[in-house]
Design a protein around this ligand. Structure first.
Ligand SMILES: NC(=O)c1ccc[n+]([C@@H]2O[C@H](COP(=O)([O-])OP(=O)(O)OC[C@H]3O[C@@H](n4cnc5c(N)ncnc54)[C@H](O)[C@@H]3O)[C@@H](O)[C@H]2O)c1
Length: 353
């Protein structure tokens, strides 16, 4: 079935259209765009031939023919826009960070339980065939006990990135490299190794003159007992993302594409011939699927057609925000934080320092 989507916020929202919806014309029509910046509205409207253009979010919610509202505005606006969009009865998609505290997350989850439409957080890095193959191996039980992992986000942000006034601010961006950038690969880590049970971070602001952190080193203990080292910087001369995960039966190493570490080639290195044979048999029918936004929006459309929930769910957003709350909480406390976090945790309503 073909559905009509309205994209709100045309920074990364432009990429949702360019990389995603416009590649899937049998499933999606971008029927409206919304931005308070008239220049962006005109450029994106002209580039993708979208006639319905508005600066009013409320007007989008009142459009009877729109099935899905896709929120791509700065993080501090997500809570209010999510609540209004859910109340309108439409399906809702929202960029990361989904909201900006666990208290907000609880409010969204309560509203979503009563909403007519579905709600899908964006985690487009999950769509890459290397990562998808690794997930299959883990879910089939072939990887065995998780031991240890290293997870790197080595990106580069220069002055031009911070020319966008809200970048690097606690007030609107709500965090630095741990929240805004490493969130994707940390989501991929937890997909493969399960939930974190303890987190401790060191952070620093060394690359640009900003409020939030642009360098971080952290350690996690996972609920399984595995231990993980996280490294994130926005000061890398050349950009990579990379993860290497060691399990009892297999080691996985991702590719290093900074913005698509889920892509092939992934190395899946079995410890012995029997595991190799079992993995080969499992993955014999593996078929490629589109990557990033195209993958997530194709999977979303297919799930809606099948009457299923979206391919990324609220629990996924919550898990990523709980990890952020624990990491920032550990900086404030100077001590590891144990997850899951109770509503009495000092960071529950506000993770900012
Ligand atoms: N998934 C990813 O890989 C990825 C990448 C970049 C950004 N993001 C996320 O996407 C969101 C937007 O980031 P961005 O980089 O596109 O920012 P941006 O500032 O480039 O774009 C945001 C747009 O929202 C518009 N806007 C602001 N208030 C609005 C309102 N009330 N109604 C309609 N439009 C409004 C702005 O005019 C702007 O054009 C953030 O949450 C960010 O973290 C995700």
């Amino acid at each position: 079935m073909k559905r009509k989507v309205a994209v709100v916020g045309l920074g990364i929202g432009r990429a949702h259209i360019d990389e995603g919806y416009s590649k899937l014309p049998a499933q999606w029509e971008v029927a409206a765009i919304c931005d308070v910046d008239p220049a962006r509205l005109a450029e994106v409207g002209d580039a993708f031939a979208v006639a319905c253009r508005t600066a009013s979010f409320a007007e989008v919610l009142g459009m009877a023919d729109i099935d899905v509202v896709d929120i791509c505005t700065p993080p501090s606006l997500h809570r209010e826009q999510l609540l209004a969009a859910m109340a309108s009865g439409k399906h809702v998609v929202c960029e990361k960070p989904f909201v900006t505290s666990l208290a907000e997350m609880d409010a969204i989850e309560a509203a979503a339980a009563a909403a007519r439409g579905t709600v899908m957080p964006i985690f487009q890095y999950r769509w890459g065939d290397g990562f998808r193959r690794a997930v299959r191996v883990v879910r089939a039980g072939l990887a065995g006990k998780p031991y240890n992992a290293t997870v790197e986000t080595a990106w580069r942000r220069d002055k031009d990135y911070y020319d966008i006034a809200w970048h690097g601010t606690w007030a609107i961006e709500r965090g630095g490299c741990l929240l805004g950038h490493a969130i994707h690969i940390h989501d991929m880590l937890q997909e493969l190794m399960g939930d974190a049970a303890s987190a401790y971070a060191n952070v620093a602001t060394r690359v640009n003159a900003i409020e939030t952190e642009d360098c971080a080193a952290a350690t996690l203990r996972m609920a399984s007992g595995a231990v993980v080292a996280l490294s994130a910087t926005l000061g890398s001369a050349s950009e990579i993302s990379r993860m290497r995960l060691h399990f009892e039966n297999v080691t996985f190493e991702s590719c290093t594409e900074p913005y698509a570490p889920g892509n092939e080639p992934w190395q899946i290195l079995p410890r012995n011939a029997a595991t190799r044979a079992a993995i080969d048999a499992l993955l014999a029918d593996h078929t490629p699927y589109p990557i990033r936004f195209e993958g997530q929006f194709r999977a979303y459309g297919e799930a809606l057609d099948a009457g299923q929930g979206p391919p990324v769910v609220l629990r996924d957003a919550r898990r990523s925000l709980e990890l952020i709350t624990a990491l920032y909480g550990s900086v404030a406390a100077g001590a590891p934080q144990t997850l899951p976090l109770a509503s009495s945790h000092r960071g529950y309503a506000e993770w900012r320092p």
